[in-house]
Design a protein around this ligand. Structure first.
Ligand SMILES: [Zn+2]
Length: 423
């Protein structure tokens, strides 16, 4: 029912894991190249740019959507490769979905956010041609295949946010790194068909085919009206009359530059009267189940400066959840629809869901949280790039893992049904 409308110096530290499957070596890349921001990104603070995505509607069926791309107010920053002739000027698009009344006169507004981890729509061109993401896309001939199993979950929320890890580009100048990801611009449909409403785009793979590939990807987000947050570019997504502001930083670039992006992003979003602010943070160490000092520092900093939720990624595996002050930190959402690895050894992942409740426009202190255990693949022996909710013992095992990882971070733990039971 919901469709969204809108709105190097490199440190190479790579690991290679090989898997022997059916007699063929499958190279399983994990993202491990840490790129520093390039000239286009520098000095975030003064120049945050915000895109606004508005999706009005209220009750479950009211769907009047409106999209406004606003050029940022005071600090007009020219964005690379913007829509024809509109660069600095505001562009407004309005789209109306089937409207209906939402006249429940309640002063309570509930906003449910679903968050999932790394979505790499594409592959490394060196990955095994018979089983990589490109092959699957060609085989299925249908972008809906990929998120089919989780769409029923994403469809029922008010906004789904994932980490977009890779590029959408036709460029052939692959960055000199062990793993570089790219996909065709049309792959963005995978997210749109899967009811994903927004992406974070600040990570160590968003320039895998050069700065141009970063711009190409953003151009595609804009063209396809996919709200995104990326370094100094913040975004606002509107639903049920509330503004959800988003900031995305890459902590691998350094804690202090990320703090600057967070601080300036939050400042900007508050000025724009965001009702809720989510900070996405790409940080930590791959394949570790415990957050490192940088993750903690950045997450706490974001909440100290007004973030209502911090979503982490980069370790590729699950980490724990912490309650800090009255907000939550999900340190690592793991992989999700991940074309970066043809067979990750740890396929456990989750969808984190939180419902924020507003009473008379004021955000109430609630703890309505649920984790939905999933696998990155609907096949256990290989990655078929189709994340799937886990059931039975497998689901229990994933919840227990999250509980175990959360233990050292505080009191957060989840019951068998995935609902939070202590915090
Ligand atoms: Zn990463």
């Amino acid at each position: 029912m919901r469709k969204k409308i809108t709105q190097n110096k490199k440190t190479v530290l790579t690991r290679l894991t090989s898997f022997l499957i059916a007699g063929s070596i499958i190279v399983a890349p994990i993202c491990a190249v840490h790129a520093t921001p390039t000239a286009t990104q520098k000095n975030s603070s003064a120049s945050t740019k915000t895109t606004q995505t508005i999706r009005k509607g209220s009750s479950t069926s009211a769907k009047t959507a409106q999209t406004t791309h606003k050029g940022s107010s005071a600090s007009a920053k020219t964005t690379p490769a913007v829509k024809k002739g509109s660069s600095a000027s505001a562009k407004t698009t309005q789209t109306t979905k089937k409207s209906s009344q939402a006249s429940s006169k309640s002063s309570l507004t509930k906003i449910t956010i679903s968050a999932a981890g790394d979505c790499t729509l594409g592959s490394d061109i060196k990955s095994p041609a018979s089983v990589n993401f490109y092959a699957k896309y060609r085989e299925k001939k249908n972008p809906s295949y990929f998120l089919k199993k989780v769409k029923p979950i994403f469809k029922r929320d008010d906004m789904t946010l994932v980490n977009f890890e890779g590029t959408l580009t036709n460029r052939t100048t692959r960055a000199p790194k062990t793993f570089a990801f790219k996909g065709n611009a049309s792959y963005l449909k995978i997210l749109q068909k899967g009811s994903v409403e927004s992406v974070s785009f600040a990570n160590n793979h968003c320039r895998d085919y050069g700065v141009g590939s970063y711009r190409d990807t953003i151009k595609t987000f804009r063209k396809q009206k996919m709200p995104f947050a990326s370094y100094g570019k913040t975004t606002i997504y509107k639903t049920k009359g509330k503004k959800i502001g988003m900031v995305a930083v890459n902590g691998l670039d350094g804690v202090s530059s990320s703090k600057n992006y967070i601080k300036s992003g939050l400042h900007k979003l508050k000025k724009q009267k965001a009702d809720l602010i989510i900070v996405s943070m790409h940080c930590g160490i791959e394949r570790t189940y415990t957050p490192n000092a940088d993750q903690k520092t950045l997450a706490h900093y974001a909440i100290d400066h007004g973030a209502n939720l911090v979503l982490g990624h980069h370790p590729h595996v699950l980490q724990g959840i912490e309650k800090y002050k009255s907000a939550y930190i999900v340190y690592s959402l793991a992989n999700f629809c991940f074309g970066g690895n043809t067979n990750p050894p740890d396929k456990d992942t989750m969808i984190y869901q939180q419902t924020f409740v507003f009473q008379n426009d004021k955000l109430k202190k609630t703890n309505r949280i649920k984790i939905i255990p999933c696998s990155v693949s609907s096949s256990s022996g290989i990655n078929n790039y189709q994340p799937t909710p886990a059931t039975g013992k497998k689901a229990t095992k994933i919840i227990q893992r999250v509980n175990r990882y959360s233990k050292s971070l505080g009191k957060v733990s989840f019951g068998k049904n995935g609902k939070i039971r202590s915090y």
